[in-house]
Design a protein around this ligand. Structure first.
Ligand SMILES: [Zn+2]
Length: 471
C-alpha cells in the first residue's frame, strides 16, 4: 500500500492508504448501470488480486467495461512483464486536444492477502452492512479505482474532450514492491504513461474524525528509504579467553552512538505549509510550536520532534532494525551484523546518508554496505497554481475545509514517477476514519454514504486538471 502521512491532532501522524467507497446515489445524476462506481467496485472486490493471483482478471474486467463504453481498443493497452504475465497492467487513454503533456492517474489493482477465517464477512466480495462497505481493497484502493474508472466513463459519456490526454494506469504489484507495476512501466513503457502531471489517489488524505470531515491532505512528497548492513568481523577464539577486541562490542558501541544521533532538521516547502495549517487544530505550546515551524523555526521543530511522528517529518532518520552475531555460545564472535534502515527526506541521497552514518558509527572497522538501494523521490512542489486547483475543487464539494500539502513517511508508487521527473500529487477522493483505519487489516471497510461524494470529487478533479489552462 502506499503510505499516506496524515497530520493527526496531537497524536501525530498516521500512515494510511486512503480511499473510501460506497454506492449510494450519484448526486450529479450521472449514475449509469454499467459504469457507476458502485457496480465497478463490486466487480473489483469480487476478484482476488493478491500478488499470488495477479491482476489479469481485474484488468480484463475493466477493459471489457471501457470497450463497451466506446473506448477504442487502441486506447486500452494491456501490458505485463513477460516473466510474470499474471501481474497485468491496463493503460486507458482518453484522448485530448494535445495541449500539454498528459495527465496520468496511478491506480493499483492489487491488494494484500486476507484470510477468510479472520474476517467477519467474505473478504473477496462486496458486503454492505450498517452503512459500511466491506471487502479487501475497499479502502486500499479499489474504492479509488472504481471512482477513477467511473469518472473517466462519465467524461466519455458526456463527450468531454480534455485539453491534454487523460491516462489511467490500472496497475499490478504496488503492495509487493512495484517491480511489475508502476516501477516496471516507468522503466520499460515510459511512452505509454509519459505525463506532465501525475495524480495518485492511493496517497493524499481525506480524513474525518468523530463523523466530521477534518481536512484534505495533498501528498506532494514522501520519504525514500535505504537499508544498510553494518558489520564487524574478528578472528574470534575460545570464549574462555575473552579479549578487548570483540565483534559484538565493536558493533554495539557504534550502534550506541547511532542511538543518540539526530540528523539535522530540514524543513521542506511541504512540511512548512503542513505545520502552518495543522496548527489551527492544536492548542497551547504545541500550537505555538507548529506555527513557528511554519515560519521555518528549527528550534520549535526540535521541540515538536520529541514526538516520533513529528520527528519523521523534520529530519532524515536511521534506526537499527535487525541484529545477528556470533556462531556458537562458547566462541568469541567472528561476525556481528546490524541492519540499519534510513528514511530520507526528499533531496537527500543514499551516498550522503551513508557518509553521515559512517561518521556517526565512528569506527573504520565497521563495514557499511547498502543492502537495499533507495529510489530517490524528489518533492513535487506544492506550488500556488497546483494548490489553487485543489482548493477550488475541494471547496466546491466541502466549503471551508482546510487543504494542506503533506509528506508521507512511507512510500507509494509516486516515488517512481517523481524519480522519472513527473510531478506527482495525492488525489484521495474518499474520507477515511482517522480513529479506525483498516487498510491491510481485518474487515477493511469504507463508509457507504461518502462514496458518491468521493466519486463526484474525483470527476471534478479529473476535469479541473485536464481542462485548458490547468497547471
Ligand atoms: Zn495502496
Amino acid at each position: 500500500m502506499s503510505k499516506v502521512t496524515v497530520g493527526l491532532l496531537g497524536a501525530g501522524l498516521l500512515s494510511v492508504c486512503a480511499s473510501v467507497a460506497a454506492g449510494a446515489t450519484n448526486p450529479s445524476g450521472a449514475a449509469n448501470p454499467s459504469g457507476d462506481a458502485r457496480t465497478i467496485l463490486g466487480e473489483l472486490l469480487s476478484i482476488d488480486t493478491t500478488y499470488e493471483k495477479g491482476t489479469a482478471a481485474a484488468v480484463d474486467a475493466l477493459r471489457t467495461r471501457f470497450l463497451a463504453a466506446g473506448f477504442p481498443a487502441a486506447n486500452l493497452v494491456v501490458v505485463a512483464n513477460s516473466a510474470n504475465p499474471t501481474q497485468s497492467n491496463l493503460i486507458v487513454t482518453l484522448k485530448g486536444h494535445g495541449k500539454g503533456k498528459a495527465l496520468l492517474y496511478l491506480c493499483h489493482l492489487d491488494v494484500v492477502a486476507a484470510k477468510p477465517e479472520d474476517w467477519s464477512v467474505p473478504p473477496f466480495a462486496l458486503t454492505e452492512k450498517d452503512g459500511w462497505i466491506y471487502g479487501r481493497g475497499s479502502l486500499d484502493m479499489k474504492g479509488e479505482d472504481a471512482n477513477v474508472a467511473a469518472a473517466l466513463l462519465r467524461l466519455k459519456r458526456e463527450a468531454y474532450v480534455p485539453a491534454r490526454d487523460i491516462i489511467v494506469a490500472f496497475t499490478a504489484d504496488e503492495e509487493a514492491g512495484g517491480g511489475e507495476g508502476v516501477g516496471w512501466l516507468v522503466r520499460t513503457h515510459r511512452d505509454l504513461i509519459d505525463a506532465g502531471l501525475v495524480l495518485n489517489p492511493d496517497s493524499g488524505t481525506g480524513a474525518f474524525r468523530g463523523g466530521r470531515r477534518a481536512f484534505y491532505g495533498v501528498q506532494t512528497s514522501e520519504k525514500s528509504y535505504v537499508t544498510f548492513a553494518a558489520e564487524a568481523t574478528n578472528k574470534g577464539g575460545h570464549s574462555s579467553e575473552p579479549r578487548p577486541d570483540n565483534a559484538i562490542y565493536a558493533l554495539t558501541a557504534g550502534l550506541d552512538r547511532l542511538a543518540v544521533y539526530k540528523f539535522p532538521i530540514r524543513l521542506t516547502d511541504t512540511v512548512l505549509a503542513f505545520y502552518a495549517r495543522q496548527a489551527q487544530f492544536e492548542s497551547g505550546t504545541r500550537q505555538a510550536d507548529m506555527r513557528a515551524v511554519g515560519t521555518g523555526d528549527t528550534a520549535a521543530a526540535e521541540r515538536l520532534a520529541t514526538d516520533p511522528t513529528d520527528n519523521a517529518q523534520v529530519r532524515t532518520t536511521c534506526v537499527a532494525t535487525m541484529l545477528e552475531a556470533g556462531h556458537a555460545e562458547n566462541a568469541l564472535p567472528q561476525r556481528a551484523r546490524a541492519t540499519i534502515q534510513c528514511r530520507m527526506l526528499p533531496g537527500d541521497t543514499q551516498e550522503q546518508t551513508k557518509a553521515a552514518l559512517e561518521r556517526v558509527l565512528a569506527d573504520p572497522a565497521l563495514k557499511l554496505t547498502i543492502t537495499r538501494a533507495a529510489t530517490p523521490s524528489p518533492e513535487s512542489p506544492p506550488s500556488a497554481a497546483i494548490m489553487a486547483v485543489y482548493d477550488r475543487v475541494v471547496h466546491s464539494m466541502w466549503p471551508g475545509l482546510t487543504v494542506m500539502p503533506s509528506m508521507d513517511a512511507g512510500a507509494s508508487d509516486s516515488k517512481y514517477t517523481r524519480a522519472a521527473g513527473m510531478p506527482s500529487y495525492g488525489a484521495a477522493s474518499n474520507f477515511f476514519d482517522l480513529e479506525d483505519m483498516r487498510a491491510h487489516g481485518q474487515d477493511e471497510r469504507i463508509k457507504a454514504t461518502l462514496f458518491a461524494e468521493g466519486g463526484e470529487f474525483t470527476y471534478r478533479l479529473m476535469k479541473a486538471f485536464s481542462t485548458a489552462g490547468a497547471p
